[in-house]
Ligand binder design. Structure first.
Ligand SMILES: Cc1cc2nc3c(=O)[nH]c(=O)nc-3n(C[C@H](O)[C@H](O)[C@H](O)COP(=O)(O)OP(=O)(O)OC[C@H]3O[C@@H](n4cnc5c(N)ncnc54)[C@H](O)[C@@H]3O)c2cc1C
Length: 483
């Protein structure tokens, strides 16, 4: 019987455990123990239903185009619980000098592709618009050059304002990170390739778009979807009707409770003649293999005594911390909010808030009629100090900033919320900094030299929930195949 330890019970560790449970039930000679430091499973996934409103402490959804999360939900019987984002009302604003400016139509991966909306948007100054037009003449970049920051790539094509008003807020919304540090090759690989092939990112994006349209037409002409007419576009995001906790609960329900140890941080690991020893809560046990699904900084500390280079590389992956502040209001006490899902705040605006989602707009049916849920994000790589502020101070900052941004008539700082909730996520989001791929290649080659070792989680090959699920399941499948 192969014994596997899973360290970390976030979504990556839970997905791995689920896969091993399935293998065990199908007769594969494999067992597992899942160690989780905290008193609950799920890691960053955590939601509650408060007075009928779904309140997400961490992620609220996943990208629809990455199938691993929806597939797992369907397997777990949650297919009917999957809901699309309300894309008919999808509009996102950027705060520019304390004014909310809608992202112009035609933006694809930070690249403006439509002339008229780009020319008319107040998001960019006249000189940036001229630069965007001239970008069409940008020469190709030779291949083989070293990685660079996203900000450097965007600056080269569209100028500083595009970095400050577009790349920075969009990426800090996803990674809680800093465009001057994030790796272009990892975060925007398509743009790096397009620059090598076309020079101009706008031309590259338009060519890709044409290709996709032609492929869709060919597929239709070949009969796919002919009778059904053109397929409705998929929503950008998918959520669970009852919140992300539904996924955590459904996964946990599939696992053998005897295999799960919550409130049990792993404090040491070691290699021995038969495999690995794992020490947690003062007890040491032997395992044939380990899936590390805890953050890379925690894995680095555990692995450093066994392979110092591996330990150092893992520990060097930067992480950002963030805070979510959820505020529920009676809508009758607010003025008319701007259309759309919410807004992003560029760092140059000098505010504590990074972004705010109007949750009742993004996913319909998860908020009772007449209520508004503001989901504000604070912190990020540039504002770690907020993590030590007390809850009341953070709620007060969000209420003040919402009032200043939306206007006193729409949102008065004196209007009392019906419910407030503050959640701190300490060092939860890996940052794919410049050189990430080289670092991960080194990590993988060192990890491959340690038999029975697998790594899963958001530090390696995708920050979102679907990637974490994919890596967790893959690690488990690979090990089960050796049992
Ligand atoms: C506020 C926020 C919003 C987000 N929004 C989205 C979104 O909308 N869509 C999306 O796709 N992604 C989103 N993400 C990203 C996504 O949620 C995470 O990348 C993903 O959940 C990480 O899963 P994980 O299993 O790798 O790590 P984690 O969830 O961090 O789990 C790791 C677990 O390891 C445990 N652990 C640590 N050390 C030890 C130890 N020594 N022994 C035992 N256990 C240990 C930790 O306690 C933790 O539970 C968001 C993240 C945050 C923080």
């Amino acid at each position: 019987m192969m014994r596997i330890a899973i360290i970390g019970g976030g979504i990556a560790g839970l997905a791995a455990a689920y896969e091993l449970e399935k293998a065990h039930n199908a007769g594969t000679p494999v067992t597992y123990t899942l160690f989780e430091a905290r008193e609950r499973l799920g890691g960053s996934l955590s939601s509650e239903i408060i007075n009928g409103a779904v309140i997400e402490r961490g992620p609220d959804s996943f990208l629809t185009e990455k199938p691993a999360a929806a597939e797992l939900c369907r397997e777990l019987g949650l297919g009917d619980e999957l809901i699309p984002s309300n894309d008919a009302n999808r509009k996102t604003y950027i705060l520019v000098r304390n004014r909310l400016v809608a992202l112009p139509d035609g933006l694809m991966f930070l690249v403006p592709t439509k002339l008229v909306p780009t020319a008319l948007t107040p998001l960019f100054s006249f000189s940036t618009k001229v630069r965007m037009a001239l970008e069409l003449l940008h020469p190709p970049r030779p291949s083989g050059l070293p990685d660079e920051a996203v900000a450097t790539l965007v600056e080269r094509h569209y100028g500083t304002e595009a970095v400050n008003r577009l790349a920075d807020p969009l990426l800090s919304g996803i990674y809680g990170g800093d465009a001057t540090q994030l790796s272009a090759r990892t975060v925007l690989p398509r743009l790096v390739e397009m620059e090598m092939q076309y020079g101009s990112l706008t031309r590259g994006m338009l060519a890709a778009h044409r290709k996709m349209r032609a492929m869709a037409k060919t597929a239709q002409a070949n009969g796919n979807g002919k009778s059904a007419g053109p397929r409705a576009p998929r929503s950008i995001f998918t959520a669970l009707r009852g919140g992300m906790q539904q996924l955590v609960n459904a996964l946990t329900a599939k696992l053998d409770p005897a295999s799960i140890r919550i409130s049990t941080p792993v404090s040491a690991i070691n290699r021995n003649t038969n495999g690995w020893s794992v020490t947690a809560a003062g007890t040491t046990e032997n395992y044939d293999a380990i899936i590390f699904a805890s953050p890379a900084w925690a894995v680095g500390a555990l692995l450093a005594p066994i392979d110092p280079v591996l330990g150092e590389d893992l520990s060097a992956i930067p992480y950002s911390s963030s805070i979510t502040v959820n505020l529920v209001f009676d809508e009758s006490k607010l003025g008319a909010l701007p259309e759309g899902f919410g807004f992003l705040v560029p760092a140059v605006e000098g505010r504590a808030m990074l972004a705010c989602t109007f949750a009742q707009r993004k996913f319909l049916g998860r908020t009772p009629p007449g209520k508004a849920v503001f989901r504000a994000f604070l912190g990020g790589i540039r504002n770690e100090s907020l993590m030590t502020e007390p809850d009341e101070a953070l709620v007060a900052v969000v209420r003040r900033e919402l009032s200043e941004i939306l206007g006193e008539k729409t949102f008065s700082a004196t209007t009392e919320p019906e419910y407030t909730q503050v959640t701190r996520w300490r060092r939860a989001m890996a940052q794919y900094s410049v050189g990430h791929q080289e670092r991960i290649a080194r990590v993988n080659s060192h990890a491959a030299a340690l038999p029975g070792l697998r790594l899963a989680g958001n530090a390696y090959d995708g920050i979102g929930i679907p990637d974490c699920i994919r890596l967790g399941r893959k690690a488990a499948k690979e090990l089960a195949a050796q049992a």
